[in-house]
Design a protein around this ligand. Structure first.
Ligand code: DMJ
Length: 457
């Protein structure tokens, strides 16, 4: 292709971005056409959905490269992908697909199965989605399912501290996984709380709230930080490393959103004290920008300078908490992390900008943060970011049969999983960047899997 032709096509927005690290554009970028970009996101979402239907229908997720299904808890199947995708379909105006997905859920979903499930994952994906379906359709069958699931998860909280075990058997109530972490202990209150508010049965709210309080009471009295592993039988920390990444991340998100959704004063305190400690000990500002690293919860001393795709949710939380300037600086750093290889890595050392975990898991967090910041600032740079993230995703992760993870963002070597959160979160937040009116931002609170919950009580 000649340079001139490329320039013309680029202006028309027709050149697919190459799956490479960022280079200065040869031609000025095409102006942002929000409607066209939203339509493109919807097409890509449908492409991923149809690939799932073709090769993994009746299962939890698709392995797009081997064209095989993946189930989380065989022999049980929960059809995680339609569950996670259905409210994105509704938001995108895909009414036929949404109706089909609802029928699949109502016809097939049963929790009377002898399998041990991870409480955190089942809560954010399945319970969250069922509550959204009930709130948006009014169909009581979704609430029945949500209540049944909530009841089957409750035995997890029967530990000496009230903090939940990581796993519970849905039929027998047997528990396992005594060593948990703040994210798995603290990321239940939005869903369990909503279930209580809707049904008038307080035990769900009470169990999740007690767990959150028990965890928060164990933060270090001097630094206010939490660690990354805690034994729910004894309440003792087994790993004192503190950060905002996987295993801790949504503990902070849920403290803030619990305040927003329920007006809960204890959650407000946990958030206020938590964010003060995080900003004091984990924030790391220097010539290379603002980042959030790792410190020991006991001393507050920095132990590592690692940031990554999971940490990239934090600008959204900072913005929702009212600290837009800090959120903007952190999102700029995340954007640099993305541009390094054209897709972000799971982790890098922000001091050296060396990739330390090269995977890309189709994660949504950096896109979610761009959505929140666009909402707050109306700065078109977040639209540009949205387009960059979409281009990278399409160029690097699209296969002939769905979207895949990457095992190495430097070589673009492909993995083999289309996570259900691609349809719940990644495409939803991309769509909302270009079509923000599809959701009333001020009315909804997204759970950590991007299922919108509404204060209907
Ligand atoms: C999702 O399941 C949720 O967003 C969770 O809080 C963190 N990880 C994934 C997406 O990256």
């Amino acid at each position: 292709m000649t340079r001139r032709l490329r320039g013309i096509l680029a202006l028309a927005g027709l050149v697919a971005a190459a799956c490479v690290a960022h280079r200065p554009p040869a031609a000025p970028a095409a102006p942002i056409d929000r409607t066209a970009l939203a339509a493109r996101v919807r097409d890509e979402f449908l492409f991923a959905w149809h690939a799932y239907q073709r090769f993994a229908s009746g299962h939890d997720e698709l392995n797009p490269v081997s064209r095989t299904p993946h189930d989380w808890y065989p022999p049980a199947v929960f059809e995680m992908t339609p569950i996670d995708a259905v409210d994105t379909m509704a938001i995108m105006g895909l009414t036929t697909e949404a109706a089909e997905a609802r029928t699949t859920i109502l016809d097939h979903l049963s929790f009377d199965v002898d399998v041990s499930v991870q409480v955190f994952e089942v809560n954010i994906r399945i319970l969250g989605a069922l509550l959204t379906q009930y709130q948006t359709t009014g169909d009581a069958r979704f609430l029945d399912l949500a209540q049944d699931l909530g009841r089957r998860l409750l035995p997890a909280f029967r530990s000496p501290t009230g903090m939940p075990y990581r796993f519970v058997n849905l039929r027998t109530g047997a528990t396992g996984g005594p060593v948990s972490n703040p994210a798995e202990v603290g990321t239940l209150i939005l869903e369990f709380g909503t279930l209580s508010k809707i049904t008038g049965q307080p035990e769900f709210y009470d169990a999740a709230k007690r767990a959150l309080l028990e965890l928060a009471h164990r933060r270090d009295p001097a630094t206010g930080l939490v660690g990354s592993a805690i034994d729910v039988r004894t309440g003792a920390w087994t790993d004192t490393s503190s950060h905002i990444g996987g295993g801790i991340d949504s503990y902070y998100e849920y403290a803030l959103k619990c305040q927003r959704l329920f007006g809960d004063a204890d959650c407000a305190t946990i958030w206020r004290d938590g964010i003060a400690a995080v900003n004091r000990y984990l924030a790391d500002a220097g010539p290379g920008g603002l980042w959030y690293g790792v410190a020991d919860m006991r001393t507050g001393r920095r132990t590592a300078t690692i940031y990554g795709s999971l940490q990239a949710f934090f600008p959204a939380v900072l913005a929702l908490g009212g600290d837009v300037p800090r959120a903007e600086r952190l999102q700029d750093s995340g954007d640099r992390m993305w541009q390094l290889n054209g897709v972000e890595p799971e982790e890098l050392d922000y001091r050296t900008m060396r990739v330390t975990d090269a995977r890309y898991e189709l994660r949504p967090e950096i896109i979610e943060s761009a959505y929140y910041l666009l909402h707050d600032t109306h700065d078109p740079k977040y639209l540009e970011m949205g387009r960059t993230f979409l281009d990278g995703l399409v160029a690097c992760c699209r296969t002939d049969t769905g979207y895949t993870t990457l095992t190495d963002v430097r070589t673009k070597a492909k993995g083999d999983r289309q996570h259900s959160f691609l349809l719940a979160e990644t495409f939803k937040y991309l769509y909302l960047i270009f079509q923000p009116d599809a959701v009333d931002f001020d009315r909804v609170t997204f759970n950590t899997e991007a299922h919108p919950l509404t204060r209907t009580w």
